[in-house]
Write a protein that binds this ligand. Structure first.
Ligand code: SF4
Length: 388
């Protein structure tokens, strides 16, 4: 049987995680925003203290990889000077807030995110490690596919609502009430046994049949969800795509110089507000038809100690042969970190070669086993077209 380790917590800057290539140090920019100076500072720090490799996480955070444990303290001083550090690891872990990148100045969303941060710090609720909040107050919901337990969004009539994930309806609130209402929901989650019965997630807790109290129960349907965003010029700015959500420090440096502000997204893209030209850089995806957008690949070996094979180089090679509308997931082990959803083709590295799974996830039963990377490359059209 394939085995892998489930850690159950996310790294931070103050509480980094050891990986195969050194420490993973996760920086959580407030409201997902970075000034040009902060982005340039992170890029320099990634080169000075790490391997220079930076990941954009599915919660819109940046992870510096390959950080030398002996230099972690020096890196923290740099991050503190950039205004990117929390008071302590507990406060850092609690600040689990994803914000839509598509807001206009002065911006209700960063204001609500800041109020949520303050409330999270002062309420000090014992929330599970992955419990999170989505602030998604535009005229369409853009964070609907992003995991979150409590959502602040709009109803069809344009008013603000707070909605527990898994519930069809939200409660109307005023902007000044958003943080308090979200905390009331979080408090109810803990009091009603959500950590145990919902396995730490709001949607599972709601699905278990537990009833919300009348004071938290709304009747407002959320506004329609927006279509999936792709790299390119969009209303209000430019979306720069990153294959596998990964980039080199030099790429971040150049993206930063292309705009005054960067907004991190949970979709492997960086939004550059008020920019009217795409940054033309080697690693940046600028075309929504690029097949790499349909390919997921985790860190893999050697950077991840659980990885059984290199993943991203293989994924890039196979992407060239991926049929239209097909998706590919290359996973370094059955944990499947890069993609929880089924893909047309999933390749899972094992000690004996790759497992081949069709229309499934990395945890599903393989149709074929023990395929070498060389064979996959040589017969990529065959494997990816689904004749296997
Ligand atoms: S799926 Fe990839 S990144 Fe996740 S544990 Fe396995 S090898 Fe590591």
């Amino acid at each position: 049987m394939n085995e892998f380790e489930i850690k159950g917590w996310c790294p931070g800057a103050l509480r980094p995680m050891m990986s195969g290539d050194g420490l993973v140090v996760r920086v959580r920019p407030r409201a997902g925003r970075l000034s040009m100076a902060q982005a340039l500072g992170i890029a320099q720090a990634a080169r000075d203290y790490g391997s220079g490799s930076i990941d954009l996480s599915s919660r819109a955070n940046l992870q510096l990889r390959g950080v030398d444990p002996d230099r972690h303290a020096d890196l923290l001083l740099v991050l503190d000077r950039l205004g990117l550090l929390d008071a302590d690891p507990v406060a850092e872990a609690r600040r689990n807030i994803v914000v839509t990148p598509f807001w206009s100045e002065p911006g209700l969303e960063p204001w609500i995110a800041a109020a949520l941060e303050t409330a999270l710090a002062s309420y000090a609720l014992p929330l599970p490690g992955k419990f999170g909040f989505a602030v998604d107050c535009g005229s369409e919901r853009v964070l609907h596919s992003v995991p979150a337990d409590i959502r602040i969004e709009r109803s069809a009539d344009g008013k603000l609502i707070v909605r527990p994930d898994g519930s069809a309806y939200g409660l109307h609130i005023e902007p000044s009430e958003a943080a308090t209402a979200a905390m009331a929901l979080a408090h109810w989650f803990i009091q009603s046994g959500g950590v145990k019965h919902g396995r730490g997630r709001m949607a599972a807790h709601i699905a278990s049949g537990v009833a919300l109290p009348a004071s938290l129960c709304g009747s407002a349907l959320p506004v329609e969800a927006a279509p999936v965003a792709f790299p390119g010029l969009v209303r209000g700015g430019a979306l720069a795509g990153l294959a596998f959500g990964s980039m080199h420090a030099g790429t971040l440096d150049q993206i930063a110089r292309h705009g005054q502000e960067l907004r991190l997204t949970p979709w492997r893209m960086i939004f550059l507000p008020s920019v009217s030209t795409m940054p033309v850089l080697q690693d940046v995806i600028v075309d929504g038809r690029d097949p790499l957008l349909r390919v997921q690949a985790c860190t893999g070996s050697p950077s991840c100690p659980q990885g059984r094979a290199e993943t991203r180089r293989l994924a890039r090679k196979l992407a060239r042969h991926l049929p239209d509308a097909a998706s590919l997931h290359v996973s370094g082990c059955p944990k499947g970190c890069a993609c929880a959803r089924p893909a047309t083709v999933t390749l899972v590295a094992t000690p004996d070669g790759f497992d081949y799974i069709r229309n499934g996830t990395a945890a599903d039963k393989a149709m074929l086993t023990g395929i070498s990377a060389a064979d996959l490359e040589k017969h990529s059209a065959y494997y990816l077209a689904g004749h296997a």
